[in-house]
Design a protein around this ligand. Sequence first.
Ligand code: SF4
Length: 126
Amino acid sequence: MKPRLIMCICTGECPGFKDLDLWRLVNYARNELDVEYAIVHPQLCVDDGDRFWSDYLKGDNNDTVYIVGGCDPRTQRKLFKEAFAEKGLDVEKNLLPLDLRNLPTEEAMKKVQEAVEEAKKIMGKG
Ligand code: SF4
């Protein structure tokens, strides 16, 4: 298993992501970084986000690190704590939250690249 990247960008309407070329970032991650895959969810912090986590995290191995590109890391940990705990996962260990707001695409790419390296180390693959 490799780290997984999930991009979450406030429905695409948030001004905080206006400078981010989402598809360039996602394609860069899936083609050039050592991730299992990279996907996009429009809004993980509402009901269908909860349902997504509930389906998605099912049966996962506890070592997997989920890199979530989105908002403030402390907010992400608070928002996703319960969904992770329900599957026996810990947001302090299995979630690597990245704040990608107000970043140009190149900087976001660099931040994601560093996060993938960090996630691999956490998973013992770095
Ligand atoms: S989790 Fe954060 S980035 Fe994702 S939709 Fe909610 S506020 Fe936006």
